[in-house]
Design a protein around this ligand. Structure first.
Ligand code: S3P
Length: 445
């Protein structure tokens, strides 16, 4: 069932099969897209192993092709021949599909070029806030018009001579930070970014790999721009680690199944991404990390989880940016744990591929969980029986689809999930991987 028929729904029956399993997860979505952008900019060939062939990353790659990069997929590796800072004018709008990362980061890159480009995407993407990138890019000197209804995409960008700015970010966001850093590469003078809390730092690590100097102190990043000629990046060879955000689904499923032991190999363990592991430890899960040689600047390791029972916890404060994408599956963990789980300080969840607070609360409620919605999170009373026999709509949000699929494994009866083709944006092999753990997953009408 590698490719799901788009018009069909998925029916997930309860239960996994106890046993000992090993698996790996596809490449990191955030890192893959950053690599596509920088390899497309570099001079000469880059050789990429582990690039995520999910829809988001393929859309970002196609956008770079439309801007002049050449891409060859050998199956084993992806070979990207960069433009050497000579992006070309595309004839039509670039469609980034569902990818907020691709859109926001590419907007930053395009701001440095004297091109006129429109970035667009699917209905979810075109409903996400884009003023957060418009503001700094305009301060730097680019023209950025948000032609959607409410400060949203399609985004028209006319770039050119940029100047460095000092920008205090209103929210911790790796996408906004990376957007400004990419624009800052092509600016005259210094770009200074002040972050209210630390967000994932894949862009900074990739800059370091490519020899772009960055000064970093607590909450402050400084980059000396290279002006309109841009940095002289050479093609590079890179390995992309497994995506911890994808690993999270099977980790939680296994952690809640006594008698199941699962090792997920080669997972990226960037300190800005691994807060889910601390939360699972707090909840009483047994997760052992076996470090492996890193993938360049990105640490990596194997995760072994032993199934058992979980207890509720509180999730909030500075750890939120480091597990923002894992909150839907952690809400499932909270529903399966005994006692109360509180998620707070996570208002940003309302601006993801769907309003993940509202949708998760609705779906958990439909499955009989006592959960209340707050402005910036939810409060879950876990450990009660999980009602099955329901139909849930994933609202085209991949992390909702996969979280509710895991929840369905613990229900009293099968659950039907609709609008789940979005899973292919980040984890095309998800249904197969669930089946490898013994899940009964079928297409249905
Ligand atoms: C991402 C950053 C996060 C995350 C998104 C990917 C990135 O968004 O939710 O899935 O690749 O930089 P924000 O930085 O907007 O919080």
């Amino acid at each position: 069932m590698a490719v799901m028929n788009k018009s069909k729904a998925i029916r997930v029956a309860p239960g996994l099969t106890c046993g000992v399993y090993r698996m790996s997860v596809p490449g990191d979505k955030s890192i893959s897209q950053r690599v596509a952008l920088l390899a497309g900019l570099a001079r000469g060939e880059s050789v990429v192993t582990g690039y995520l062939r999910g829809e988001d990353c393929l859309n970002t790659l196609r956008a770079m092709e439309r801007l002049g990069a050449r891409v060859r997929d050998t199956g084993e590796t992806l070979i990207i021949e960069g433009t050497g800072n000579a992006l070309v004018q595309p004839n039509n709008p670039l469609n980034l599909g569902n990818s907020g990362t691709g859109t926001r980061l590419l907007a930053g890159l395009l701001a440095g070029f004297p091109l006129s480009v429109t970035l667009t995407g699917d209905s979810s993407l075109c409903s996400r806030p884009m003023r957060r990138i418009q503001e700094p890019l305009e301060q730097m000197g680019a023209t950025v018009r948000l032609t959607g209804e409410k400060g949203t995409a399609p985004i028209f960008i006319q770039g050119g001579a940029l100047k460095g700015i000092t920008y205090r970010m209103p929210m911790p966001s790796a996408q906004v930070k990376s957007c400004v850093l990419l624009a800052g590469l092509f600016a005259e003078g210094r770009t200074v970014l002040l972050e209210p809390a630390k967000s994932r730092d894949h862009t900074e690590r990739l800059f370091r790999t490519l020899g772009v100097p960055l000064e970093m102190t607590d909450g402050r990043l400084e980059l000396e721009g290279f002006g309109t000629k841009g940095p002289d990046l050479r093609g590079f060879t890179i390995r992309i680690p497994g995506d911890i955000s994808s690993a999270a689904f099977c980790l939680v499923a296994a952690a809640c199944t006594p008698g199941l032991r699962l090792t997920i190999e080669g997972v990226g363990l960037n300190p800005g991404r691994e807060a889910i592991l601390s939360v699972l430890h707090r909840m009483g899960a047994s997760v052992v990390i076996t470090p492996r040689d890193g993938a360049g600047e990105e640490p990596m390791g194997d995760l072994t989880v032993e199934g058992g029972t979980l207890q509720g916890t509180e999730i909030g404060g500075p750890e939120i940016p480091s597990l923002i994408d894992e909150l839907p599956i952690l809400a499932v963990a909270g529903a399966l744990a005994s006692g109360e789980t509180v998620i707070r300080d996570a208002g940003e969840l309302r601006f993801k591929e769907s309003d993940r607070i509202a949708v998760m609360v609705r779906h958990l409620t439909a499955m009989g969980v006592q959960v209340s919605e707050t402005t910036d999170g939810m409060v879950i009373q876990g450990g009660t029986p999980i009602r099955g026999g329901v139909e849930l709509d994933a609202h085209g949000d991949h992390r909702i689809a996969m979280s509710m699929a895991v929840m369905a494994l613990f229900a009293e009866e099968p659950v039907t999930l609709r609008q789940v083709e979005c899973v292919s944006t980040s984890y095309p092999a998800f249904w197969n991987d669930l089946k490898r753990l013994g899940a009964q997953v079928h297409e249905t009408e």
